[in-house]
Ligand binder design. Structure first.
Ligand code: NAP
Length: 519
């Protein structure tokens, strides 16, 4: 299958070398994408001129209706998408649902949020303030949608959710989207966009898709455009240091990799409810999408006295996790996305073993296929004896089912270890101790985008360590990229430009009345 790109309102095939997409279970080629030779500059201009103009005139409420229509198209094709996620990403049905339904759910959430906004076309921040002795001279701030294109560069692990969580906010804001999914898993993004285009929901140029290529994308951006990047910190750094991005001051947000942690409070011991939920959460994070989640738990921080019990409990649970072909309903964990990712995970694991030893190797595969053909990688738990002195365990993200256990002596040490990831997306704390819970929230907040604090009361009702909810911001400081996405209507700010307007009191009031105040 030749995977095309949707640019300038047309499906187009590239002319250069193609990249093959494989089924990671069998390594069989299932399609190829080629984005080389396509006129990116022209496609961006088309999107700015047509898509941007049309979207901006609609207002928030009407754009929210478009999101709802997109979601309806996706819901109608959900089963086919789950099948594609299995074939191209090695997803179990649960993994596929996580990605496909995550995308649909986010679109629906923003559709319902936007429905309540009416149809203003810009945001306001009032009241209008007096600036001089003249009472009639006032100033307010307005936020207008950027007049460029939102370039969305996505990682391979969420070809659906990663695409729609960005598109939902950008379209609601009135900014056209130019999506570049990771090539290795772009089949799902392609099929979804194809269905949305066929349904004729969006104005021309509101949604473009580039499958493969895009190496010159940064060179064609203008100061009206923005980039929302998700992927590795190395690629992010390379792209945001592009000469044109720097000289044109292109707005650039990064969601990168992260050494997320999970902390067991010193008050919790084996037999306590919080202990069981802690173990369950770690195993879930290791096995969902075979640990290929940016938010997955990489560092397990436990009181010294519980270290051995935690390792035994993890071993016991992981022994029950069947790894294999995700089309088999008994299989709980599928392969990594391709053999290149297996090599990368092996290389990362090797580095970690310079500071930690492997204490659980859950190689309990149940294969109906030849595992040597596929991209399988068994879950591993490591133990680091000197975590305060170690570096690599706080720096190297193995993008797969690998986590390192480390122990602490004092609460302060636990929180210091938690912050040692250099800036992370998510940290969770399992404790029944209210004082420690709130101390942890405040201490960990500055180094994390999200802190989840669990006790028995919410153990069954919380949304999960690794699950990104559109109501909350997603992103983290430092090595996690410094970006911030979603967070309800907060997400709109990234797609708007704030300007101060200085004018008469009457005109200022009129601007305030016709705009949308978010709070
Ligand atoms: P990656 O190799 O950094 O690639 C990310 C994206 O950048 C892909 O679409 C890739 O396209 C594109 N890209 C690479 N070089 C480019 C260039 N020169 N010009 C334009 N685009 C270029 O990351 P990945 O392997 O796909 O994803 C895994 C990483 O993403 C992990 O480290 C994970 O932690 C991180 N991640 C972070 C989040 C988050 O929200 N913070 C979410 C998911 C994943 P090609 O595929 O065509 O090379």
């Amino acid at each position: 299958m030749q995977i095309e790109s949707y640019l300038c309102g047309q499906w187009q095939a590239g002319t250069g070398n193609s990249t093959q997409l494989v089924n990671p279970v069998t390594n069989q080629v299932i399609g190829e994408a080629c984005g080389e030779g396509l006129d990116i500059k022209c496609a961006l201009a088309f999107s700015r001129e047509n898509g941007g103009q049309a979207l901006r005139t609609l207002g928030y409420g009407k754009r929210a209706q478009l999101l709802r229509q997109i979601a309806d198209v996706l819901v109608a094709n959900r089963d086919r998408y789950n099948q594609i996620a299995q074939e191209n990403s090695g997803n179990t049905s649960g993994d596929a649902g996580f990605d496909v339904d995550g995308g649909i759910g986010t679109l629906k959430y923003y559709a319902s949020l936007g429905k309540k906004l009416g149809n203003p076309t810009y945001l306001v921040e009032g009241p209008a303030e007096q600036l001089t002795r003249d009472e009639n001279f006032r100033a307010l701030h307005i936020l207008t949608p950027l007049k460029g294109v939102a370039v969305h560069i996505n990682a391979f692990n969420f070809p659906s959710w990663g695409m729609w969580e960005k598109v939902a906010v950008a379209l609601l804001a009135g900014v056209p989207c130019f999506v570049k999914p990771a090539t290795s898993t772009c089949l799902l993004s392609y099929e979804m966009v194809k269905d949305v285009v066929a349904a004729n929901i969006l104005p021309d140029g509101a949604l473009s898709l580039l499958c493969g290529g895009g190496r010159d994308l940064m060179d064609h951006l203008t100061s009206d455009d923005l980039v929302a990047f998700t992927g590795s910190a190395d690629t992010a750094n390379m792209l945001r240091s592009n000469a044109n991005v720097i000289s044109s001051n292109v707005r650039f947000a990064v969601e990168a990799d992260s050494l997320n942690a999970c902390i067991l409070g010193a008050d919790v011991t084996q037999g306590d409810a919080e202990f069981d939920f802690f173990i369950k959460e770690i195993v879930r994070e290791l096995t969902v999408k075979a640990g290929q989640k940016c938010t997955a738990i990489r560092r397990v921080i436990v009181p010294k006295a519980s270290q051995d019990n935690v390792i035994s409990a993890l071993q016991e649970r992981l022994a029950k996790t069947t790894i294999g072909d995700p089309s088999d309903e008994n299989v709980r964990m599928g392969p990594l996305v391709n053999t290149a990712q297996v090599k990368a995970a092996e290389a990362g694991l090797k580095i970690l073993t310079s500071e930690a030893k492997v204490v659980v190797d859950a190689d309990n595969a149940d294969f109906a296929v030849d595992p040597a053909q596929g991209a399988f990688f068994a879950p591993r738990i490591l133990l680091c004896e000197n975590p305060m002195q170690a570096q690599k365990i706080h720096e190297i993200e193995v993008f797969g089912p690998v986590a390192t256990v480390m122990s602490y002596e004092t609460q302060e040490e636990a929180l210091t270890l938690g912050a040692m990831g250099g800036g992370s997306l998510a940290c969770s704390v399992f404790t029944a101790d209210d004082d420690f819970a709130n101390k942890a929230a405040i201490e960990l907040a500055s180094s994390h985008g999200r802190v989840l604090i669990v006790n028995e009361q919410i153990a069954k009702g919380h949304s999960g360590h690794g699950v990104v909810m559109p109501q909350c911001i997603h992103g983290g400081p430092g090595r996690a990229g410094g970006g911030e996405e979603m967070g309800g209507l907060r997400g709109l700010y990234f797609y708007h430009r704030r300007s101060a307007i200085q004018t008469t009191a009457e005109r200022a009031q009129k601007l305030l009345d016709q705009g949308l105040a978010l709070n």
